[in-house]
Design a protein around this ligand. Structure first.
Ligand SMILES: C[S@@+](CC[C@H](N)C(=O)[O-])C[C@H]1O[C@@H](n2cnc3c(N)ncnc32)[C@H](O)[C@@H]1O
Length: 339
């Protein structure tokens, strides 16, 4: 009888605990949201800005949550002259924060990747250089040359719980190759005293966390990295965005909320510029996957980055949103909006 009563109490306590957690989270969000508004410099363009260069928008993978499958812009590497011009101009602007992050694409599919990295590293002011990758194509590069090219960080998008889970998420049968590349990279990095900061970004899959943590491949990789990989898996979110509604997410992934954005331009509009693989320059380094929105400011071959960064067009985009609440179309449904 006492057991039944205790079970009953637990059953009523669980929803109450959940409600309390929701209330706490809502209050924490409200606090962050209000504080953010008053953060010094929140609505002032960063000087110098950041620059992301999409060296290629080609990607063989078809991740369940990515817009690669729906992107219609031409698949191409960035013209080398346009690339050099962007790097030179960014250096002249005093830029220090540059990366090869692609809105869509995998930098390891760019045959000129190392040439580009070496070009960047001619400028000592760029303290860091790196990119996000599936690592499926690292074996195409000579590892000595790769390490000598001067990258300082990599973020590897992956899953570590077997070939089938990987195939379900990335929709390509490249698990064994990715794993071989990852192990080779981590071992070589360890041997060299860890010149590369390698982050392993374990993607959420439709399986219990404990099964991921117990997988022999997870444990093998975990033994090779200083990263707290178990913590990474435990805190991985299932909240992702849906690329402005262009991607239908599988049921186990949940859409990030559409945070309120009235009179509050996205932080990315103050942070820096993006050079797309077709040479277009945009104010969003994140979700403009067709590089065709109102946030496109010009072309790196035709205008200077400094002009685009300090020009009227970008200033008007920020001010129209901030003062008149004219939110650019692409930003209205963006779940990646940074408040
Ligand atoms: C578009 S990918 C390009 C780089 C590389 N091909 C890769 O997959 O890592 C950049 C990052 O965005 C993540 N990503 C793609 N779609 C996403 C979504 N809907 N929500 C959150 N992150 C997403 C990828 O997992 C990856 O970490």
């Amino acid at each position: 009888m006492a057991d039944v009563a205790a079970a009953g109490k637990r059953a009523t306590a669980a929803p109450a605990r959940r409600t309390l957690t929701h209330v706490r989270k809502a209050l924490a969000f409200a606090g962050r949201y209000v504080r953010g508004w008053f953060e010094p410099g929140r609505f002032i363009p960063h000087e110098p800005p950041k620059l992301s260069i999409e060296t290629t928008n080609i990607c063989n993978a078809n991740c369940v949550f990515c817009a690669n499958r729906v992107m219609t812009r031409r698949k191409q590497p960035l013209d080398l002259d346009d690339f050099r011009k962007a790097v030179d101009e960014f250096a002249a602007m005093g830029g220090v924060d540059l990366d090869f992050n692609a809105t869509i694409g995998d930098p390891l599919l760019d045959p000129k990747l190392l040439e580009r990295a070496r070009y960047v590293r001619r400028y000592p002011q760029f303290a860091t250089l790196g990119f996000v990758t599936t690592l499926q194509w690292l074996h195409r590069f000579d590892l000595d040359e790769f390490f000598a090219a001067g990258f300082t960080w990599l973020s590897v998008s992956t899953t570590l719980s077997g070939r089938e889970m990987y195939k379900a998420f990335f929709q390509v049968d490249k698990y064994d190759q990715m794993l071989a590349n990852l192990v080779a990279l981590l071992e070589e990095n360890n041997r060299r005293g860890r010149p590369l900061n390698i982050e392993i970004a374990v993607k959420p899959t439709d399986e219990p966390l404990e099964r991921v943590l117990a997988h022999p491949d997870f444990q093998r990789v975990n033994a090779l990295t200083p990263q707290d990989l178990e913590e990474t898996v435990r805190r991985q979110g299932f909240y992702v965005d849906d690329w402005l509604g262009a991607v239908t997410l599988p049921p186990y992934l949940k859409k990030r909320p559409l945070y309120p954005r009235a009179f509050r331009p996205c932080q990315l509009l103050y942070a820096g510029l993006m050079v797309y693989s077709n040479g277009k320059v945009g104010a969003c380094s994140c979700r403009d996957f067709e590089a065709s929105s109102d946030l496109i400011l010009g072309h790196v071959g035709e205008q200077s980055l400094a002009t685009l960064w300090t020009g009227e067009r970008l200033a008007a985009l920020r001010e129209d949103w901030r003062r008149r609440n004219h939110v650019p179309d692409i930003c209205r449904s963006c779940r990646h909006y940074l408040y």
